[in-house]
Ligand binder design. Structure first.
Ligand code: MN
Ligand code: FE
Length: 303
């Protein structure tokens, strides 16, 4: 089982690459990393970007970390992205993605990804405009796959989100989305399944279960996001958390049963900015221990 961590836990706290790299390796005992664009905005000027990506690369090599991919975090998710109602907004998002590919390549990642965007309420409620947005999105992803290839990446990673106005948001829509892209992309397009999205009951109903996603999407899944959740929100809690109900061992079993043991699972925990640093560090540490035990079946000699 491949367990890694998204750097979401570090944002606005352990920002310097040597600092988060040391925490990931020494404190959390992990070596597989998903970089987050919340630590380095692809819009920043190229010279700033290059200075900072060089620091990431050198910290990763010093602490023997593999930066497997780079991913959108909170910041970019606030925007409408490739589904913006205005063409100029969609074009700006295309440009953001292309810059993100450069950042991904510069930090040594093989893949870049994130949620693709969200439709406005007004576009979504008009069947014609909704279809137009979908077709334009397919074109955008095909174009982006060329840019990803040119940047030297191997994979585009699309996150499924728990909103009907975003694409893709169900197993069925994800299948259709990938089928509609078949033969159009220069690099492989894979899905990222975040368990807190996939099991969000207000949208998918009280019967939402992981095997439906694992069996329905199979090898179209390129990575997972692991978080603790009560299935009533996209919680991004860690372990322990008195509100959380997600069973990591059961998930690991499902992943194995579906033959997806080589698909990396990245712990993605988002702490409130105002939470005390020592509490966040304590929680991310116990979260890593929990997931190493329950997901990776490691024997960890730590409390
Ligand atoms: Mn996620
Ligand atoms: Fe999420």
């Amino acid at each position: 089982m491949k367990l890694g961590i998204n750097l979401s836990f570090a944002i606005k706290r352990w920002v310097e690459p040597p600092v988060w790299a040391r925490i990931v390796r020494e404190t959390l005992g992990l070596n597989l990393v998903q970089f987050t664009y919340d630590l380095l905005d692809p819009w920043w000027p190229e010279s700033v970007r290059r200075t900072l990506t060089a620091q990431v690369r050198s910290a990763a090599s010093e602490w023997d970390l593999e930066i497997e991919s780079a991913f959108s975090g909170l910041a970019n998710y606030c925007f409408d992205g490739l589904l913006h109602p205005d063409k100029a907004g969609r074009e700006a998002s295309l440009e953001w993605w292309k810059r993100a590919f450069d950042v991904a390549a510069e930090v040594g990642a093989k893949a870049s990804g994130g949620p693709l965007g969200g439709m406005s309420v007004s576009d979504y409620s008009d069947p014609e405009r909704r279809e137009r947005r979908y077709l334009d999105l397919l074109d955008a992803v095909a174009e982006l796959s060329e840019a990803a290839k040119a940047a030297g990446l191997e994979r585009l990673q699309v996150e499924c989100t728990p909103l009907a106005r975003e694409i893709p948001y169900t197993v069925q829509q994800s299948q259709k989305f990938l089928k509609d892209l078949e033969g159009r992309c220069a690099v492989s397009v894979k899905l990222l399944v975040d368990i807190g999205h996939a099991l969000y009951q207000p949208l998918y109903g009280p019967g939402a279960r992981m095997p439906e996603w694992l069996n329905g999407l199979g090898h179209s899944i390129g990575a997972f996001h692991l978080q603790n959740t009560d299935f009533q929100s996209d919680s991004h809690w860690g372990w322990p958390d008195s509100r959380g109900l997600f069973d990591v061992a059961q998930f690991a079993h499902g992943v194995k049963t579906a033959g997806l043991q080589d698909v990396p699972a990245f712990i993605e925990i988002i702490y409130p900015f105002e939470l005390a640093d020592d509490l966040a560090l304590r929680n991310i540490t116990s979260t890593a221990v929990h997931c190493r035990r329950e997901f990776a079946q490691e024997v960890v000699n730590q409390p």
